[in-house]
Design a binder for this molecule. Sequence first.
Ligand SMILES: [Mn+2]
Length: 405
Amino acid sequence: MKKVTFIHAADLHLDSPMTGLRHLPATIFSRVKESTFTALKKLTKTAIDRKVDFVILAGDLFDGEDRSLRALSRFRAEMRRLEENGIPVYIVHGNHDHLNGSWIHLDMPPNVYVFPGEVEIKKQQTKTGERIHLYGFSYPTRHVFEKKIVEYQKEEGADFHIGILHGNEASGTVHDNYAPFTVQELQEKDFDYWALGHIHKRAVLAESPPIVYPGNIQGRNKKETGSKGFYHVTLTEIDTKLDFIEAADILWEQVKVDASTVSRFQELLQLCQKEINKYRKEDSAAILSLYIKNLQLADEHEMKNVETNLLELLLEEEKDEESFVWIAEIHITKSQQIDKEQLKKEVNFYGNLFETIERFENVDEAIASLYEHRLGQKHLSPLSEDEKRELIVRAEKLLLDLLCN
Ligand SMILES: [Mn+2]
């Protein structure tokens, strides 16, 4: 059966300056600066390990039109590794690395093919004899607003037809409307796969044929959250397999923490540490924005400067950690202060509720089933009077949160 496998990536943004992150500790900032290259290495390694037929890079390989020399030479080194393994690379350039920029030209190895400024068909045969037609163009200048899709014309004579396009799906208004297209227009071309680039968020716009934005391979700021990587695609005459592979060395993520169950700073710290550790991975690092809601510490003194103190403690050991989880920012929303006296006046129900809570003495009875349970009998020790009191306070807090928010 005819079969072709390839890697589809886009928006590498190599050597992105990572602006706005200079305040990070030097070790962490240099790891972030390196991250686009680390992700590229993961890509080439995967291509070699999985013995793909070729690699497609669908635009914005370089972050700037001047394509830093560092980016060019590091990119070339990776392309050479692919060449040594007999893997061709098909490239279109996008709005960030359009052909009209000025840069120092380094010759790429012969396995690298760059599509020109007009739509062209590249014909290729794989090692196992499958004939492939690849269609694409590079941005001749930064701004390409024309509907380039009309220039893609299927030419018979291949087992698989693959369109490469750096552009914006026309219904999306958030992004620069470069080389706009609709899903229907792509489908009408009757190709077997559409390798898109431009949008940094991963999206499969259609399944048959697959129309795919792989997203960028490495997030560059707190807005580019979630796992980032590329697709390993397998096309056969009867079906398609899309295997997403994570490449990012640094994960950016927004983390929400509900602090309504804590009343002391120490507990808040532990709660945050627990959440943060979920993002600790052996072979990558993370930078998080922490959103803490419903916070109300019992001690007013602990509430003062809580953000600064929390941040200081959470970051204490991360600087020297290989798999660091750095907290870039903390946002705290305090739980609404509930005025019990006011509530009592407003609604009779609250008067009864608070009275019941104040008089409540049956904590033992309320938690009896825990102690009767086989595991409870084994592991639980009896509660002190203070602990019982605290349970009541927490239960009241929980009830009021549920009733008032
Ligand atoms: Mn891009």
